[in-house]
Design a protein around this ligand. Structure first.
Ligand code: NAP
Ligand code: MG
Length: 406
């Protein structure tokens, strides 16, 4: 069989622990036998981040901007315990944070559905994709624990320094309390909107957007207005041509509609709503190991990743020589997503076809009853579940691919 040729390299970001082991197994078993893989490799494993003083993360993020498409392995976000474990000179920042800051993106997460594992919500028949704005709001807030009586004020001083452009009393405290200031920028909200509209077009799905604009008449209302203006100016005709819809509704109404829905749409959420709702939606669909996750920037850069972490507990078992049955599906779909997008951008149809075959073989394998341990507990299929190691699972996928591609 002749291997599929690539023209532009994928930006490959390697990672840590169990997912680093899976990374190599995936490449060896289901990618390299079929694709003449071309990547620009960045080792984001914590050891190399320390060696390069985290420069490798910055370089990888810039390469993502240069080439457009990256695939990323899960990485450790250091905490105090990791600083000791890896003898770090500094508590390096989250690589995902660095990459998001460079690309200015929106994170899209969607469940991978298989027959035999049903969503908790019975009406859901198709995936629900959450589009999470990954900038500002409570994640960049300034907070204060008010000690006792006093007055809280909101002051904005314009850049010309000649006058205070805005001043407002927030609250007259009679005793202790709490205080918080949040912000966002038109620039970031605008790119969030473009990412959502473009993702809806590229996946041909309806787009829902929800905030609490009836209560937050300046803050949330600005999000609503920016989305509406951009939609009408740049996307309305394209949506209509594809027969898809954009609509805005209040967050509480959206929650009720989501639960009653059949799925098959994108739900755009502000940063906090997206954080919370994506955990709810992913859990209701089954598992984080059965989710795709992609960061999309408004200028058309893509970073594909798994939604879960480095699966530390399994890694320690692996180091002791025990067999592990870690689910590689989310990482596998990060590869197929990235290769499909690369093929699309470079006009290499065979890459897209390969990604389809890889994904179908993965789903068929699970539906035939062969799966990793995490899925066995949820399995309701007719054939009894056969729990296999990650490697055996990948080999099963490979043999299905060989039949399909022969
Ligand atoms: P985790 O790696 O997602 O694992 C939590 C638990 O979820 C695992 O112990 C395992 O449960 C289950 N699990 C997750 N992925 C699985 C898979 N593919 N197959 C089977 N089971 C899976 O989260 P964590 O333990 O909180 O974090 C570990 C490290 O990952 C941390 O250093 C954190 O910084 C990092 N992290 C990275 C990313 C990222 O790079 N995107 C995201 C989150 C966390 P059982 O043990 O019950 O089998
Ligand atoms: Mg969360």
């Amino acid at each position: 069989m002749e291997k599929i040729k690539m023209t532009t390299p994928l930006v490959e970001m390697d990672g840590d622990e169990m997912t680093r082991i899976l990374w190599k197994q995936i490449k060896d078993e289901v990618i390299l036998p079929f694709v003449d893989l071309k990547t620009e490799y960045y080792d984001l494993g914590l050891v190399h981040r320390e060696e390069t003083k985290d420069q490798v993360t910055v370089d990888a993020a810039n390469a993502n901007k240069k080439y457009g498409v990256a695939v990323k392995c899960a990485t450790i976000t250091p905490n105090a315990q990791r600083v000791q474990e890896y003898n770090l000179s500094q508590m390096w920042k989250s690589p995902n944070g660095t990459i998001r800051a460079t690309l200015d993106g929106t994170v899209f997460r969607a469940p991978i559905m298989v027959k035999g594992i049903s969503p908790v919500v019975r009406t859901w028949k198709q995936p629900i994709t959450i589009a999470r704005h990954a900038y500002g709001d409570v994640y960049r807030a300034t907070e204060y624990r008010v000690p006792g009586p006093g007055k809280a004020e909101l002051v904005f001083t314009s850049d010309d320094h000649r006058r205070t452009a805005h001043w407002q009393t927030v609250h007259r405290f009679e005793g202790p309390g709490v205080l918080q200031a949040q912000f966002n920028t038109d620039k970031s909200i605008t790119s969030f909107a473009h990412s959502c509209f473009q993702y809806a077009l590229s996946t041909k799905q309806d787009l829902w957007f929800s905030t609490k604009d009836t209560i937050s008449k300046q803050y949330d209302h600005t999000f609503k207005d920016i989305f509406q203006e951009i939609y009408e100016a740049e996307y309305k005709e394209k949506f209509e041509a594809l027969g898809i819809e954009y609509f805005y509704t209040l967050i509480d109404d959206a929650v009720a509609r989501v639960i009653r829905s059949k799925g098959g749409f994108i739900w755009a959420c502000k940063n906090y709503d997206g954080d919370v709702m994506s955990d709810m939606v992913s859990t209701a669909f089954g598992s984080l190991a059965m989710m795709t996750s992609v960061l999309v920037s408004p200028d058309g850069n893509y970073e594909y990743e798994a939604a879960h972490g480095t699966v530390t507990r399994h890694y320690y078992k692996y180091l002791k020589g025990e067999e592990t049955s870690t689910n590689p599906v989310a990482t596998l779909f990060a590869w197929s997503g990235a290769l499909r997008k690369r093929g699309e951008l470079d006009g290499i149809e065979a890459l897209g076809r390969f990604a389809d075959v890889l994904e179908k073989a993965t789903i068929d394998t699970i539906e035939s009853g062969v799966m990793t341990g995490d899925l066995c507990a949820m399995w309701e299929g007719e054939t009894p579940a056969r729990k296999v190691t990650s490697l055996a699972f990948l080999r099963e996928i490979r043999s299905r691919m060989e039949q399909e591609l022969a």
